[in-house]
Design a protein around this ligand. Structure first.
Ligand code: ATP
Ligand code: MG
Length: 591
């Protein structure tokens, strides 16, 4: 029974599968040689110390986004929770579009999210391209066993013979060539004697299978391309569907978790691994594939191509723009690894798709930061307020020390000092010359409390040449200072935040809102550019209290009334304070 105050664990059907496997001892007798390898390699190693093995296998062809964060939290999280290990694997079998820049960014993002691929004294960081030799050898073994053949039909002929959902496929004229013939031809493919596209290696399964993925799927294609890891060594490359199961098996993965679009590939995953296990090439028990519904978040797009378009067309200021759903973007915005992990956990893991409300990320952030973030005051849209009786009451030039808790619920964290003077900055919307109904902040004749300070009474305002409020005027009400005896005798309805003119620091504050107005910006092929929110970024000149002068990059605060902010990772410096708003204090967006 769980404790009454324990957060209810959201559904995750994968936990039940893993718990069943652990109970049955499905993977208990496996050996692991410490490095990936074939059946003989692992058999020579000790019993596997990892109770389960999962993997996070990105293609290094772009920046990770919030959907990948889900996959990272799931795979690394399950391994952590069940005494397992999660491998960090670059699925770099496609020679095109892979770059070191992405490799570095991906590793940094996974680390930043709080996960590690180090376990049992080993770094489980792998590259699928390191398995090319094994994959080619396994292909030859399949040919010898009569389970694969080289097909030299044209792409059109192959397509015509594949059939469709209602029509069974037809055998290729090359299907019954002898293994020796296929083996020789495959050798020529590998040696570069055939042109790109002139032949493919196909599995020999069943051209009339109701599952089209089992109609003799391609295993290898010819492609002259320079690979970022293997250079020009290869001119044949394995298909993803052939490579992935083998990668899992060589690494002793137990639970290979992927998104639902691979469900129809599972029978081939099983066919391939069962075939290679019976040929004695791969260790048993072999991995199994499990599919879950991908994470979709409202107001967000995650297609790499479309994210790239936002960057290329300068709609955003780069991959790490705080409005981007990339992990680097969310980090720069100020989301914490804890908040992202919490949001992914709360979203649950199931086979039924659906949309997760973007607000759940902000809720997770508030839950994480409310107990952690120090408080501070800042005035984002400042107008000056002059206390006309200051000199008379306090003495000209006098500074009145005020103090505020670093955290209202944690007195042991100490207090911040604020120095009140005759001139302060207040929020422009905390004053109305003619108050609207129900308005109880500053207007002529009304009294409010300056948070942590005195009660003041508004006496009027000065206008500038454009009839805009230039200055608000007020009088200090004596003997009302917060924390002094009798201060509360005078009841006022409004409390406003402030910083003193002489005691505040200018700062650039960047206010972000969602990038798109449409909840599902690119669903159903909609033009996501049409729903761009023109107000997604607003930069304001603010004044902040002195405690923020020492803020370091990526320090986080709650600015009272305004929300959670982070000192920008890149642009913030001691002589130029830059804060990004991560989230407001509560949901204020209207749908
Ligand atoms: P593409 O295939 O377009 O290059 P991808 O988003 O599938 O992009 P990968 O690098 O293949 O990128 O993804 C790595 C892992 O992250 C995969 O296991 C994939 O299933 C998972 N993943 C990607 N997007 C999501 C998502 N929205 N929700 C959950 N998992 C995801
Ligand atoms: Mg992919």
């Amino acid at each position: 029974m769980s404790a009454p105050n324990e957060e209810v664990k959201p559904g995750n059907f994968l936990r039940a599968i893993i718990e069943r496997d652990l109970e049955a001892g499905t993977y208990a007798g496996r050996h692991f040689a410490g490095t990936p390898g074939d059946a003989a390699h692992h058999a020579a190693g000790p019993l596997d110390l990892a109770k389960i093995r999962t993997r996070f296998p990105p293609e290094p062809n772009g920046y990770l986004h919030i959907g990948h964060a889900k996959s990272i939290c799931l795979n690394f999280g399950l391994a952590r929770d069940y005494g397992g290990v999660c491998h960090m694997r670059f699925d770099d079998t496609n020679p095109e579009k892979e770059e070191q820049e992405y490799v570095d960014a991906i590793l940094e993002s996974v680390r930043w999210l709080g996960f590690s691929w180090e376990a049992h004294g080993t770094s489980h960081l792998y590259h699928a391209s390191d398995y090319f030799d094994f994959m080619a050898g396994a292909a030859e073994a399949l040919i010898r066993a009569g389970l694969a053949y080289v097909d030299e039909q044209s792409a059109d002929e192959m397509r015509d013979r594949r059939g469709d959902f209602n029509t069974p496929g037809a055998d290729s004229p090359y299907r019954n060539r002898t293994p020796a013939d296929s083996l020789a031809r495959f050798g020529e493919m590998r040696e570069g004697k055939l042109a790109d596209g002139a032949a493919v290696l196909r599995a020999k399964i069943d051209m009339s299978s109701p599952n089209i993925n089992l109609r003799d799927p391609a295993l290898y294609r010819i492609k002259r391309a320079t690979h970022h890891n293997t250079g020009d060594r290869w001119c044949i490359y394995p298909m993803y569907t052939y490579a992935h199961p083998i990668e899992d098996a060589l690494e002793n993965i137990t639970h290979s978790i992927c998104t639902l679009e691979f469900e129809d590939q599972r029978p081939f995953y099983d066919w391939l691994l069962d075939s290679l296990c019976s040929l004695g090439l791969l260790a048993q028990p072999r991995p199994h594939q499990y599919e879950f519904a991908r994470l979709n978040v409202t107001y967000v797009i995650t297609s790499k191509r479309r994210l790239r378009q936002l960057v290329d067309e300068k709609i955003v200021d780069g991959w790490d723009d705080p409005r981007m759903p990339t992990i680097v973007g969310m980090r720069r915005r100020g989301y914490t690894p804890e908040a992202i992990r919490l949001m992914c956990e709360r979203a649950g893991t199931s086979k039924a798709g659906g949309w997760t409300d973007y607000a759940s990320l902000d809720i997770a952030l508030r839950d994480d930061l409310d107990p952690k973030a120090p408080r501070a005051m800042a005035v984002l849209d400042p107008v000056k307020l002059v206390l006309t009786n200051w000199d008379e009451l306090m003495g000209a030039g006098t500074i009145d020390a005020c103090s505020a808790p670093v955290h209202p619920a944690q007195p042991d964290r100490g207090r911040r000092s604020l120095a009140m003077g005759s001139e302060i900055w207040i929020e422009r919307d905390d004053f109305m010359e003619v108050p609207s109904k129900g308005y109880f902040r500053l207007f002529p004749g009304n009294r409010v409390r300056l948070k942590y300070g005195h009660v003041i009474e508004c006496t009027g305002c000065l206008l500038d040449a454009n009839a805009r409020i230039a200055e608000v005027r007020a009088k200090l009400v004596p003997d009302t200072k917060s924390g002094t005896p009798g201060a509360d005798a005078l009841k006022v309805k409004g409390v406003i935040t402030w910083v003193a003119v002489h005691d505040s620091i200018p700062a650039e504050v960047r206010l972000y809102e969602r990038l798109f107005n449409d909840e599902q910006p690119d669903a159903g092929g909609r033009d996501f550019m049409a729903s761009l929110n023109p107000h997604s970024k607003r930069v304001v000149s603010a004044y902040v209290e002195p405690s923020l002068a020492s803020a370091q990059n990526e320090d986080r605060f709650q600015l009272e009334r305004h929300g959670y902010f982070v000192a920008d990772r890149i642009d913030h410096a001691a002589n130029r304070l830059v804060f990004n708003r991560t989230a407001t204090l509560r949901e204020s967006f209207t749908k």
